[in-house]
Design a protein around this ligand. Structure first.
Ligand SMILES: *Cc1c(COP(=O)(O)O)cnc(C)c1O
Length: 531
């Protein structure tokens, strides 16, 4: 019988018979199977009771539908159970440690949720006249003020809806600035370790992407940048660089890189997705950055939620500020002004257009500002320090067993291992990740960044306590030692305890089945239908 660490029995005797026992329902205790809503729904029930309206003239004439509408109908408790069960199938930061590097899955304090649900914020409609929502506009302006202050920049475009959208916004500002100066350069430099959205953004705007190789320590060498500039003299639009980079390392030569780009008439776009490692410690504006998006959903709490909604405001340097898309926030000394329409533009302001029809993600703004105000400047700095401390705690706890591609040096908010420690164990990187699921952990980011073989990028974030990190490190050590002992059974075929194991991911991506078809009742054997 297994015991938990307080000595209480935690599981029945594990025999094959127990592990393999099938249940009548297909449920495994509280882990319930859940069919599609189309399969549980039927046509003859309704979640609400409404009386048949009497004597209402029928206005549809001959256009009324002839057959019943084939939508799944459920009673209220059935609908409730369906969605609650589905929600419990999600691994979430509220369920356990979520070490996905580069994604920053950090705790979203519930205070933020409470603020975002205040009716004055939650119920604003994008088409309401501005005069009816001055508080919402003030909130966006105040958030923008915090963002330009923390980054040491001149302006901010609040409306981009995600990091990648912010990249597009910043690069469009750069393109507009070149155009205004009568230039039309064609090249954007992108380090090899960059997030895929960087080269994609540049390519989308018609730029040619030239890769910059990393040096042996995982950072960008300014002399490489100078060499690439030399090869494309006079044709450099800018560089897109992430700092801290996707290997979790601070680009220590960032100022030299910025100077080289500026000397070549280019602009420095910084991918700010990792700003959560340096808030309160370094201001991108002081490092020569011209444009940077900030993923509010990575740095300033707020949830990611299935790929969105996030928010990706873009801060701009003095040189790029004139090209900020409407609506934007203008900073003059200590005052900030919200610029909504072309009629409010000052001399020299030449917005490149608009990124979105409206102002952006209101709920994200409220959460981000609530997060900032409840932390205060010192609290935000401490969150960055704790994020870096936690990543290094994990690094030190694992570096004797796992392999660090760039040696035992300080990392920033995330620690990157490669898979050379698995060499000759018969366990693949993917097997290792899948075995983590059996232990109740979402795997770390796998196979990214591409510059490292079998990358495993771990970001614990500041939200994890020391005891939670200790358990994670102990679990990882146990898995590594098991792999090194040749216990391949624990890995090949894992996860064993998840309701679904290895899915055919390639087929799911290439031939997704996105449509549910009602099975023909004549073709379904009663027995098979019950399964
Ligand atoms: C997450 C991330 C992005 C993209 O941000 P989204 O909000 O997901 O569009 C870009 N670059 C880096 C380094 C990231 O980690």
């Amino acid at each position: 019988m297994s015991m938990n660490n307080q000595g209480r029995p935690s599981a029945p005797v594990e025999t094959d018979a127990v592990a393999l026992r099938e249940t009548f329902t297909g449920n495994k205790a509280l882990a319930m199977e859940e069919p599609l809503i189309f399969e549980v729904g039927r046509n003859d029930v309704c979640g609400v009771d409404l009386e048949e309206p009497a004597d209402v003239p029928f206005a549809l004439g001959g256009h009324a539908r002839k057959e019943a509408l084939d939508l799944p109908a459920l009673t209220e408790p059935e609908a409730m159970r369906h969605y609650v069960r589905l929600s419990s199938k999600n691994y979430a930061i509220d369920a356990g440690l979520y070490p996905l590097g580069s994604c920053t899955m950090k705790h979203n304090p519930r205070l933020n949720e409470k603020m975002a649900r205040l009716p004055g914020f939650a119920d604003v409609h994008p088409l309401q006249p501005l005069s009816t929502v001055p508080g919402a506009i003030d909130l966006i302006a105040e958030l923008g003020h915090w963002l330009v202050t923390m980054t040491g920049m001149s302006a901010v475009a609040m409306s981009p809806k995600a990091g990648a959208h912010g990249e597009l916004c910043g690069m469009m500002a750069i393109k507009a600035a070149h155009k205004a100066a009568g230039r039309d350069p064609k090249i954007v430099l992108v380090p090899e370790s960059a997030h895929g959205t960087n080269p994609a953004t540049a390519a989308l705007l018609g730029y040619k992407v030239v890769a910059v190789a990393a040096r042996a320590d995982g950072t960008v060498d300014p002399s490489e940048v100078v060499a690439r500039i030399g090869e494309h003299e006079g044709d450099i639009a800018g560089i897109m660089l992430t700092n801290p980079n996707t290997c979790g390392l601070f680009e220590r030569d960032i100022i030299a890189i910025a100077e080289a780009i500026h000397a070549a008439n280019g602009y420095f776009y910084c991918d700010g997705a990792n700003f959560n490692a340096i808030v309160g410690k370094a201001r991108p504006g002081d490092l020569g950055v011209d444009a940077m998006h900030i993923n509010l959903h990575k740095t300033f709490s707020t949830q990611h939620g299935g790929g969105g909604p996030g928010a990706g405001p873009v801060v701009l340097s003095e040189r790029l500020a004139p090209f900020a898309p409407l609506p934007f926030l203008r900073k003059d000394g200590d005052t900030t002004t919200w610029v909504e329409n072309e009629s409010e533009l000052k001399d020299g302001e030449k917005p490149f257009g608009r990124m979105t029809a409206f102002h952006g993600q209101m709920g994200m703004y409220v959460r981000a500002l609530a997060y900032m105000k409840s932390h205060g400047a010192d609290g935000l700095r401490q969150a960055s320090e704790d994020a870096v401390l936690n990543a290094n705690y994990v690094r030190v706890g694992l570096q004797d067993l796992m392999s660090l591609p760039f040696g035992e040096r300080w990392c920033m908010h995330e620690v990157l291992f490669d898979d050379s420690f698995l060499k000759d164990t018969g366990v693949t990187t993917l097997d290792f990740a899948k075995a983590m699921i059996d232990e109740g952990y979402h795997p770390m980011t796998m196979y990214f960044p591409l510059v490292v073989h079998g990358a495993m990028l771990i970001e614990p974030t500041e939200s994890e306590s020391r005891s939670s990190l200790d358990l994670f490190v102990a679990t990882m050590r146990d898995l590594v030692m098991s792999a090194k002992k040749g216990e391949t059974d624990r890995f090949a075929g894992a996860p064993f305890h998840a309701p679904r194991a290895r899915l055919d991911e390639t087929r799911a991506a290439r031939k997704p089945i996105l449509k549910w078809e009602r099975p023909d009742p004549r073709e379904v054997e009663p027995q098979a239908a019950a399964e």
